[in-house]
Design a protein around this ligand. Sequence first.
Ligand SMILES: Cc1cc2nc3c(=O)[nH]c(=O)nc-3n(C[C@H](O)[C@H](O)[C@H](O)COP(=O)(O)O)c2cc1C
Length: 203
Amino acid sequence: MTASHPPFRVLCLPGSLRRDSWNRRLLWAAAAHAPATLSLELYEGLGEVPLFDEDSARTRPEDLAGVDALRSAVAAADGLLIATPEYNQSLPGVLKNALDWLSLDSPQGEVLEQKPVAITGASTGPWGTRLAQTALRQVLHACGALVMPTPTLFVASAASRFDADGRHADEALAVSLHRMTTALDRWIAQLRPETRDARPVCG
Ligand SMILES: Cc1cc2nc3c(=O)[nH]c(=O)nc-3n(C[C@H](O)[C@H](O)[C@H](O)COP(=O)(O)O)c2cc1C
């Protein structure tokens, strides 16, 4: 594999809708410190996904556009990077809701099935989303996603890990993010070697 190949496309899902979310900042920082072999794109549409209803005929058709957009973005990605907050010792409903929709079969198939995924998370408390990530890992496993086992990254005391404008992670976090995204690149390459090999080689 050389740098002349197109990067893997990684869709980043923040599990928080909060404007100043630490988890969104964590994903920005991950994009800043990822190797050039990955292209990270932040998904901002989880707020457009309606409450899950298995009888989706009862959901307003215009609301299902939020599900379709998410599903298409996930289907088009070579891998996912999910940053979850911890709410009441588990993953947030916003994220679980989106994953429940994605677990359904669709014209694009079950888009999480065999999808390489890395997870991380930030909380303002001292435990760094350990319980939320454990719960998230289990849900993704149930959906057939291939969750990267290591390295783990639990970001505790999130408010002290970024600079004043919240854009830049401290040095230790930057190193951890580079290590994690480099491992994600290897994880995708290992699970889907055809993805990179089949795409045109540039200059
Ligand atoms: C309803 C609620 C429950 C929470 N429960 C936990 C918890 O169980 N463990 C924890 O470490 N933090 C908990 N927190 C703190 C959040 O993880 C923290 O506010 C985090 O920064 C939110 O993510 P965000 O900054 O990306 O929005 C909770 C926050 C809220 C609002």
